[in-house]
Design a protein around this ligand. Structure first.
Ligand code: HEM
Length: 128
């Protein structure tokens, strides 16, 4: 069973990896390839959701924050403040994209980008 620091480090690698996919999907939009944007983001969605589910499952056995001091626990809370709403927004991003609800998709995209930026910055700052 991995320990808390190993889990946090693995999560950081995964967050950076899926963020590269998100960047690639935005480049696809700049290149006027919206379908490619959709395909890349479908992969982004699946990988991110698998990560969330795997992490939740691991939390049943490992107390990730047991080695954390108070400051680190606060940092984890701040991180969850961004990461939980981002994960909740993802299904809405897929649905509005696939249904071509462009206006709604773009409004949600603005909120999602803010939340995801917060997720990455506060996630990489966690101790491991
Ligand atoms: C973060 C910034 C994002 C921007 C600015 C953005 C923008 C767009 C735009 C302009 C389209 C074309 C819509 C149309 O022509 O009707 C589109 C399509 C789409 N987007 Fe996004 N999007 C973003 C994020 C995401 C995310 C995070 C997901 C999923 C997790 C997603 C999934 C999709 C899908 C599935 C399509 C449909 C592609 C197709 O035509 O098959 N997008 N997006």
């Amino acid at each position: 069973m991995p320990n808390g620091p190993q889990i946090i480090l693995t999560l950081k690698v995964l967050v950076v990896t899926v963020t590269i996919l998100l960047f690639a999907s935005l480049v696809a939009l700049l290149l006027k390839r919206p379908r490619l944007h959709g395909h890349i983001n479908t992969a982004f969605f699946v990988l991110t959701m698998l990560t969330v589910v795997a992490f939740e499952a691991l939390l049943q056995w490992v107390n990730v924050s047991s080695t954390f001091d108070d400051a680190a626990r606060q940092a984890l809370r701040t991180h969850l403040f961004f990461s939980v709403p981002s994960a909740l927004l993802l299904p809405a991003m897929i649905v509005t994209g696939k249904m071509r609800r462009k206006q709604l998709h773009l409004v949600l995209a603005a909120v999602f980008l803010l939340l995801w930026t917060g997720t990455v910055i506060t996630g990489l700052g966690l101790p491991h």
